[in-house]
Structure formats: structure tokens, C-alpha cells
Design a protein around this ligand. Structure first.
Ligand SMILES: Nc1ncnc2c1ncn2[C@@H]1O[C@H](COP(=O)(O)O)[C@@H](OP(=O)(O)O)[C@H]1O
Ligand SMILES: [Mg+2]
Length: 242
């Protein structure tokens, strides 16, 4: 993917979790043909190459992959323009399922028809949990269901209408520890394109340019009052997280 994008669009800033020496990159040529089903749904837009940052996570849920929990694994690509997430692709390689969405441009996925705002099911990290269980219970009470799961891509898919029997469903995704932008940009773009939100725990938009880390934690929701969710979070948790 890195090689293909570098060859097709020289000059783009491409940040991938996989660090490959440029000299070792096999050149993959893309003929620039876009599948018809996608072409029908998108409006091409021209932007200066300098405004674009691409974030690639070749294997999200690495820890779970090593435990043979393959349903958590995704591969993600995100295109940000001026730091704003615009195109997100989340691919589940082991069920050959792909979600894509473009802000103001179309998608192949939608939100579910209802979400539980009062006692939401919260999906959280199973391997980088930090204090997330405590935060979720403090915010939504002891009755709230906490679903530990692997992968940031998987957890965003849990908020959507995804026809994959191994995909759990949740109402809110919360992460309290440090996380890399290639883990979250695609999910952020998909949610934004569908009218949802992914912000830091303080409610700030995450900028997908510059440094590769997000230190403010994250909360993601769709078809909910996102601002009200943030207001419910304990103040202490809204500050920097490492
Ligand atoms: N504190 C932390 N520091 C660095 N990366 C983190 C992190 N917490 C989560 N991540 C990364 O975010 C992704 C989702 O995490 P989780 O499954 O715990 O929710 C994983 O990506 P990778 O599997 O691509 O490394 C994980 O490594
Ligand atoms: Mg990842």
C-alpha cells in the first residue's frame, strides 16, 4: 500500500505503522482505475498534495493476532486533508469484509437504527485498557456493559451496522491511553462521514497531521449526543493520557 501510494502520488506524506526502507519497497503500480460501485458514490475533489497526510495501519490488533483472535484484526488506510480525516477504509482480512466512507462523499456502510444512550454498552481495549473500566463505570454507572475487545478498527465497526457474525455491537468506544494516529484515523473518517464523532476525552477534534501520537484519549459515538457524553466523563480523565 505504501509503495503503491508513493508511486501513484509522489510527494504525499504517508505515515505507516510498518517502517519499510524505501530501497526495499517493491514497486506496485496502480492503474488509477476505481471500482464502479465506489465511483458511483464519490465526488472527486482536488486538493494540494501538501495538504494530504495518509495514515496506514497494516495490522491492527497485533496482540490479538498473536493470540489467534483473528476476528479482531483489521487493515486500515486513512486520508486526511489539512489534518481533518476525510477518507477511511477498514478492511477485515480474515472475513474479507471492507468498510469505506468519505466525508461529504458516500460510503458502503451505515449507522445502526438505534443506540442505547442511557446505559450504553461501552467497547474498550482488552490489552491497553489503562483505567478505562473505572472511567466507564464512573460515567455510566455499574449497570453499564463493558465489552473488552482488540483493535481500534474493530471497535469502530462495533458502532456500525456491520453484517459480520463475529462482530460485537456497542454504543460507545472509549480509549484512555496513548494511541497512534494510524490506529484511529480511518475509524474517525468513517464515523465523521456517517455523522458520528471521534474526539479526545476533552471533546477536541484530533488533528491527523504532524506527530503520530494522540495523547488525549478518545471517545467515539454515532447518532448520540456526543457533547453530552463528554460532559458526563469525570474531569480527571479529560486531561493528557500516556
Ligand atoms: N498505550 C498505547 N500505546 C501505543 N499503542 C497503543 C496503546 N494503546 C493502544 N494502542 C494501539 O492501538 C491499537 C488498538 O489497541 P487496543 O486493541 O488495545 O484497543 C493497537 O494497534 P496495533 O495492534 O496496530 O499495534 C494498539 O497497539
Ligand atoms: Mg493499530
Amino acid at each position: 500500500m505504501v509503495s503503491l501510494l508513493r508511486a501513484a502520488f509522489p510527494g504525499l506524506q504517508i505515515n505507516s505503522e510498518e517502517h519499510i526502507e524505501t530501497a526495499n519497497l517493491e514497486t506496485v503500480i496502480w492503474d488509477r482505475s476505481i471500482p464502479e460501485d465506489i465511483k458511483k458514490k464519490i465526488e472527486p475533489r482536488e486538493v494540494p498534495a501538501e495538504s494530504v497526510t495518509v495514515w496506514i495501519d497494516p495490522l491492527d490488533a497485533t496482540q490479538e493476532y498473536t493470540e489467534d483472535l483473528r476476528h479482531y484484526v483489521t487493515t486500515m488506510v486513512c486520508v486526511a486533508v489539512n489534518g481533518k480525516p476525510v477518507i477511511g477504509v477498514i478492511h477485515k482480512p480474515f472475513s474479507s469484509y471492507t468498510v469505506w466512507a468519505m466525508v461529504d462523499g458516500g460510503s458502503n456502510v451505515k449507522a445502526r437504527s438505534s443506540y442505547n444512550e442511557k446505559t450504553p454498552r461501552i467497547i474498550v481495549s482488552r490489552s491497553h485498557a489503562g483505567k478505562v473500566n473505572q472511567v466507564a463505570r464512573q460515567t455510566f454507572g455499574n449497570k453499564t456493559t463493558i465489552i473488552p475487545a482488540g483493535g481500534a478498527g474493530y471497535k469502530v465497526l462495533a458502532l456500525l451496522d456491520v453484517p459480520d457474525e463475529k462482530q460485537e455491537k456497542a454504543d460507545v468506544y472509549i480509549h484512555v491511553t496513548y494511541i497512534k494516529k494510524w490506529d484511529i484515523c480511518a475509524g474517525n473518517a468513517v464515523l465523521k462521514a456517517l455523522g458520528g464523532h471521534m474526539t479526545t476525552l476533552a471533546g477536541e477534534e484530533i488533528s491527523y497531521t504532524g506527530s503520530d501520537g494522540n495523547e488525549g484519549g478518545l471517545i467515539a459515538s454515532i447518532n448520540m449526543d456526543h457533547k453530552a457524553l463528554i460532559e458526563k466523563l469525570p474531569d480527571l480523565e479529560k486531561t493528557a493520557h500516556k
